[in-house]
Design a protein around this ligand. Structure first.
Ligand code: GAL
Length: 417
């Protein structure tokens, strides 16, 4: 990896003027976890845009949805004095690195392109530290979604479920017909992703906020949390026996192929459906976790630039500028399944699910029901997030009853703070 950086450092970034357009030459080494088909296709949009600017891309992919493994690799790189130029990062992790003083200041580009006016406050909370821009938001995802195979639902006469009970009845019908009702990957972050939507479905935004954002012990250990764990138990009864350890995109593939009816997953799953040439409303359906209509548990992928020396800065700035361009925010998010991180991008290029997501994000932001995803690091710092993961996973795998899990959650969160 040292040789890698050596080469990067040698590829000195210079600014040149070609046909009146500023071109930054150089290279960026980008650490990310976008390794599934849909994710890689979206990342390609960025690679190509940068190539047009004369910036070459050194790929540093670290597989693993949710980014836990990527963050482990990042820590090792930084400890070795060898940080990558740019890193995909989420929520509180960004603020944690900013606190260490190792992130580059992006104020100059931000000011030039007036990011302050177009990035919503809920996102800015993680893009700025101490009043300075230290991250570039590339997308806004949300976790309280269900993805369904429309052909399977139609063949079984199942209408889109509106309530939790409808949803359970629909899954029972699928199971009775001998198909897998819920495609699921048994990895802690995937279970936690489902839990975002489940907690919201039980107690709405107020309860979600009390439990996951305020970390109120009464909410974490109370009857609504017990109910949330009971719902996780219901969901557990609809997954197939081989769910353990399965990657999220393989679970999406089960729905795409019609082996399974539903997947509860963030809207990066849509990237997989699109990649398989499936059309919303024709081949698949997207809808909010039943009982959470109008609420949005969001996570925004951002790129942070590490301080890797002055020579690299023009390439870093050019990457930041490219990511924030309205045209890129549209073309990237159309492929990724997410929505733009700036408010002035039209929804014209987006499909029905994307248009719906954009309208819902806007409304939720206005109504105060736009909530940071616990599962994807937008509710708490990593220590608390991981403590919640542990309890959710132990419950899902039958180690704790719903009542025990709620009690353990209070203890685990208290210890992690
Ligand atoms: C999330 C990330 C998404 C998506 C997903 C699965 O944490 O925000 O962009 O890629 O992981 O890898």
């Amino acid at each position: 990896m040292r040789g890698y950086l050596g080469k990067t450092m040698k590829a000195v970034a210079v600014l040149a003027l070609t046909t009146g357009v500023a071109r930054a030459e150089g290279s960026v080494e980008v650490l990310h976890w976008w390794t599934s088909g849909g994710e890689a296709a979206a990342l390609n949009v960025l690679k190509q845009d940068l190539q047009k600017e004369g910036i070459s891309w050194k790929d540093m992919p670290v597989a693993g949805g949710g980014g836990e493994q990527a963050m482990t690799v990042l820590r090792a790189r930084v400890t070795a004095g060898d940080p990558p130029t740019a890193v995909q990062m989420l929520g509180y992790d960004i603020l944690d690195w900013a606190k260490q003083g190792v992130l580059a200041n992006l104020d100059a580009v931000a000011k030039k392109d007036n990011w302050d006016a177009v990035v919503p406050d809920a996102i800015k909370k993680f893009s700025k530290y101490d009043g300075h821009w230290i991250a570039v938001p590339v997308d806004v995802h949300s976790t309280n979604w269900v993805w369904a195979n429309k052909h399977v639902l139609d063949s079984l006469g199942i209408a889109q479920p509106k309530t939790w009970d409808d949803f359970i009845a629909a899954m029972q019908k699928v199971k009775d017909a001998g198909k897998i009702a819920l495609a699921m990957g048994g990895q802690p972050w995937q279970e936690a992703t489902m839990f975002d939507g489940v907690v919201l479905s039980v107690g709405g935004p107020e309860f979600y906020k009390k439990a996951f954002i305020d970390l109120d012990p009464a909410a974490l250990g109370g009857p609504q949390m017990v109910e949330a764990f009971k719902r996780m138990g219901q969901l557990r009864s609809f997954v197939d026996p081989n769910f353990s350890g399965r990657d999220w995109n393989l679970a999406s593939a089960m729905v795409i192929k019609g082996d399974a009816a539903f997947q509860m997953m963030g809207d990066w799953a849509k990237g997989e459906f699109l990649r398989a040439n499936q059309k919303p409303g024709v081949d698949f359906e997207c809808f909010r976790t039943p009982g959470t209509e109008g609420d949005v548990t969001f996570n925004s992928d951002q790129f942070v630039m590490f301080k890797v020396g002055k020579a690299q800065q023009p390439a870093q700035d050019a990457m930041a500028e490219a990511v924030m361009s309205p045209a890129f925010q549209s073309s990237f998010n159309v492929v990724k399944g997410s929505v733009p991180a700036r408010t002035d991008v039209p929804d014209t290029a987006f499909d029905a699910c994307g248009k719906m997501a954009m309208a819902q994000l806007k409304a939720a932001d206005k109504n105060g029901t736009l909530l940071g995803s616990m599962a994807h690091g937008h509710a708490n710092p990593a220590a608390v997030k991981n403590a919640i993961y542990d309890v959710v996973t132990a419950n899902f795998n039958g180690q704790y009853s719903a009542e025990q899990a709620a009690k353990e959650l209070v203890k685990a969160v208290a210890l992690a703070q």
